[in-house]
Design a protein around this ligand. Structure first.
Ligand code: QUE
Length: 374
């Protein structure tokens, strides 16, 4: 039997004084752009829980194999296969996957040691869930962050209901509806990243963490910030796209119903701006059901706790598993690759209210909810 590479490398790096260690999790499915599968999520959750109670672990680093992607999303091909076999019922696999993934994301948000996430390259969907809740979020000149689920008939999960409505102005709603990509400057501007460093600084970062004298330090978090601040910055200035377009974004998204927001974004003249026209084109081709889900999750999530958001998303994601829209989106994009999803409704104004309401109805009683422990 050939030796299989682990899908996540779990390591402990002894610090210079030998008394402490840095926990390290390396996503290791480079060919799949490190997209998060159930096994990876379970390994990460187990390791984080074990390190939480270890007094010798001073901090955790999460990174990934290869330069191209930190994590491009979730294992939507396995989800597709489960949906095909379940014929409109909620597949048990989806429940298990989302329960594990959201518990992992929630654990990262609430971890009581510093977690550094090296968000270099592609950071989308499930990757955003790993990055967003970390105490020390690093981006580089190659970072491309997005919540592109509108393309596959899902919706921005992994805490999107919590973080999107908390971004500046209406930028969260806009980024959720359009799958708009953020570079390092955008990520720092909207508050989804804390440090922008050069992508060639990963070894220097690990070395700094290992060499640091943690002995007399209670302020672990400040120490990590200081070490990250000392790393080299990218060579050239990265021009952001969100901040310069904020007044337009806020204007287009000012309406209190999704139909008006979508027609404002689709009707605006965006010819002069590559970033805006790409966002507009993504929305134009996106799922009309997803448009409603994004609008509604931003509205509801704005006043909900993080735990409430993840519970709502578990409901929504499992409803996505029975609705058919998500299955069709994955089929068109990753299975048949015809890039022509046949959405259930022709436009955002054709989606009946009851159809959207079902996504916000829990399939479980409170006692039986997979995330009741959060
Ligand atoms: C929109 C998405 C996803 C996507 C592409 C989109 C998504 C996702 C993946 C993905 C990427 C690489 C993989 C993989 C899945 O692509 O959520 O298994 O190896 O997970 O346009 O929402």
């Amino acid at each position: 039997m050939s030796q299989m590479e682990p899908v996540v490398i779990v390591d402990e790096l002894k610090t210079a004084c030998q008394a402490y260690a840095i926990g390290r999790l390396t996503l290791n499915k480079e060919k799949a752009l490190n997209a998060l599968d159930l096994e990876m999520a379970k390994i990460m959750l187990d390791a984080l829980q074990a390190w939480q109670s270890r007094s010798d672990i001073v901090a955790v680093v999460v990174d990934a194999a290869g330069e191209k992607a930190f994590c491009a999303g979730g294992d939507i091909v396995s989800m597709y296969n489960a949906m095909v076999e379940s014929h409109g019922e909620i597949p048990a696999f989806l429940e298990d996957f989302f329960k594990t993934e959201y518990t992992l994301d929630y654990t990262i948000h609430n971890y009581d040691k510093p977690i550094v996430v090296w968000g270099s390259g592609i950071v989308m969907g499930g990757g955003m869930g790993l990055l967003c809740g970390a105490s020390h979020r690093v981006v580089t000149e190659t970072s491309r962050l997005a919540m592109p689920e509108i393309t596959i008939g899902l919706y921005p999960d992994v805490g999107g209901s919590y973080f999107l409505p908390r971004l500046p102005g209406k930028s969260g709603l806009f980024l959720g509806l359009t799958g708009g990509q953020m570079n390092a400057s955008d990520a720092c501007y909207v508050g989804l990243a804390d440090h922008c460093v050069a992508s060639n600084q990963k070894q220097a970062m690990l070395h700094a963490l290992i060499s640091h004298s943690w002995a007399d330090c209670k302020a672990l978090s400040d120490d990590v910030s200081m070490l990250l601040n000392n790393l080299e910055k990218p060579e050239s200035v990265i021009a952001g796209n969100v901040e310069p377009n904020m007044s337009l974004i806020d204007d287009l998204c000012r309406f209190n119903n999704v139909e008006d927001v979508v027609s404002a974004v689709l009707g605006a003249d965006m010819q002069g701006d590559k970033w805006l026209s790409r966002a507009q084109a993504t929305l134009a081709k996106g799922s009309p059901i997803t448009m409603h889900l994004v609008f509604e999750q931003c509205k509801r999530g704005a006043s909900m706790s993080l735990a409430e958001c993840f519970k709502m998303e578990a409901d929504m994601s499992c409803r996505c598993g029975e609705s058919g829209e998500f299955q069709e989106g994955v089929r068109a994009l990753l299975i048949d690759k015809d890039m022509k999803p046949k959405w259930k409704y022709p436009s955002v104004s054709d989606v009946p209210k009851e159809v959207i309401e079902r996504f916000f109805t829990s399939p479980w009683t409170e006692d039986a909810h997979p995330l009741k422990a959060l």
